[in-house]
Design a protein around this ligand. Structure first.
Ligand SMILES: [Zn+2]
Length: 95
């Protein structure tokens, strides 16, 4: 039982399972805005000023599918920005 180092959840130390993470534009959003390109952004929290920093860090572009791990216990999802899955073969439609 020592073949590969398993990554446990950073929150509860539970077991994680492999998966993928992607952004789907919604139909409603598309109808209302007409253009549904969405990205997921991360902003770090500045403890000194007790507010979120304004420099957006793009973590997922709508066109990307990232490798992700999800905790079976608490549901936390972890991923590395830019670690995309090769989408060869899978048909992708922008809603
Ligand atoms: Zn967990």
């Amino acid at each position: 039982m020592n073949k590969k180092k398993k990554m446990n959840c950073p929150y509860c130390d539970g077991e994680t399972e492999e998966g993928k993470l992607e952004i789907h534009g919604s139909w409603i959003g598309w109808l209302l805005v007409g253009f549904s390109y969405q990205n997921l952004f991360y902003n770090s929290f500045n403890k000194k000023y007790q507010e979120y920093n304004t420099d957006d860090e793009k973590v997922i572009k709508e066109s990307e599918t990232l490798k992700a791990k999800k905790c079976k216990e608490c549901g936390a999802i972890s991923f590395i920005p830019g670690k995309t899955i090769d989408k060869g073969g899978s048909v992708r439609q922008i809603a």
